[in-house]
Write a protein that binds this ligand. Structure first.
Ligand code: NAP
Length: 271
């Protein structure tokens, strides 16, 4: 009788142990799949509009420091500098829902630690009253589509990827501009561009509240005035220099920083 009970107990224990082992293996393998890139690197960063300008410079800095970078480009076959830098290149036009869906499908199940909404567009450099008189509906809508609607839809598409991240804090960085400051003294606006960034800042503020429970810190980043196609040749900063600082700022973000607006050098900016 006692012998039978002992045999039964041993059997139950064996089953229990093997089921724990099995479930541990299952959990481990799915975790490995989800965090494969992060286990082999310092983390995975996705940067939109990474084929040139600030996105390319930021990609290079993250790659040089051992991160896996997924850089998006509207025309991947032309993103030779981004490929040469060592990024995985994924097609993305932020104004095209099919393109956003295809990117999300390509990246399904991939844990992403940091998303940088960098892609942007400036319609014109006219400021103040001239900008007000000149800007058309078409220009406003195109600019808002790329600079405002694009980032929030990209964030929505990649939200599941951020949730898969095992990083202590996940990050969503919206590349904004000091032109987006509501009451900016001493300068007049490029109407469509500056107001598209103001709206982006409001999205940052709302997303920060709504994604805090998921441990996702959301900020707006003012990258400074840089020598790129958007910034122009007369700009003050070299992208390699400003983006080296921006990378450090992004790395140092904690959940306490969520809902803030900071410059590439980490200085706080008023909304
Ligand atoms: N440079 C500055 O002084 C400055 C100052 C303040 C803020 N910013 C912001 O910083 C970010 C990067 O600007 P940047 O200076 O690096 O500009 P950039 O050199 O002109 O690069 C813009 C990037 O955005 C991409 N892009 C444009 N429209 C897109 C779309 N519909 N879908 C996907 N990608 C698109 C471009 O791709 P294509 O090559 O295919 O056109 C390019 O990769 C922007 O958000 C900009 O507003 C820049």
């Amino acid at each position: 009788m006692l012998k039978n009970q002992l045999i039964k107990l041993c059997f139950l224990l064996l089953c229990f142990n093997s089921s724990v082992a099995c479930s541990a293996v299952t959990t481990q393998s799915s975790t490995q799949a989800n965090t494969q890139s992060t286990s082999q690197s310092k983390g995975t960063v996705l940067i939109t509009g990474a084929n040139r300008g600030l996105g390319l410079a930021l990609s290079r800095h993250f790659i040089a420091d051992g991160y896996k970078v997924i850089g998006t480009a509207r025309k991947p076959h032309k993103a030779t500098d981004l490929k040469a830098a060592g990024a995985q290149v994924v097609q993305l036009d932020v104004t095209d829902d099919e393109s956003i869906a295809a990117m999300a499908k390509t990246l399904q199940g991939v844990a992403i630690d940091i998303v940088v909404n960098n892609a942007g567009y400036v319609n014109d450099y006219t400021r103040g009253i001239e900008s007000f008189k000149k800007s058309t509906r078409e220009e406003y809508l195109r600019t808002y589509n790329i600079n405002t609607v694009g980032p929030v839809l990209v964030a929505k598409a990649l939200y599941p990827n951020l949730l898969l991240s095992k990083a202590s804090v996940k990050k969503l960085v919206n590349t904004s501009s000091q032109g987006g400051i509501v009451d900016r003294k001493g300068t007049h606006a490029i109407y469509a561009y500056d107001t598209s960034k103001t709206a982006l800042n409001k999205l940052t503020n709302e997303l920060a509240k709504d994604l805090k429970a998921d441990n996702i810190t959301v900020i707006s980043l003012a990258p400074g005035w840089n020598k790129t196609r958007t910034g122009g040749e007369g700009a003050r900063l070299e992208p390699e220099v400003s983006m080296a600082q921006a990378k450090k700022v992004i790395e140092s973000l904690t959940i306490e920083n969520t809902g803030t607006f900071v410059t590439y050098s980490g200085r706080s900016v008023k909304w």
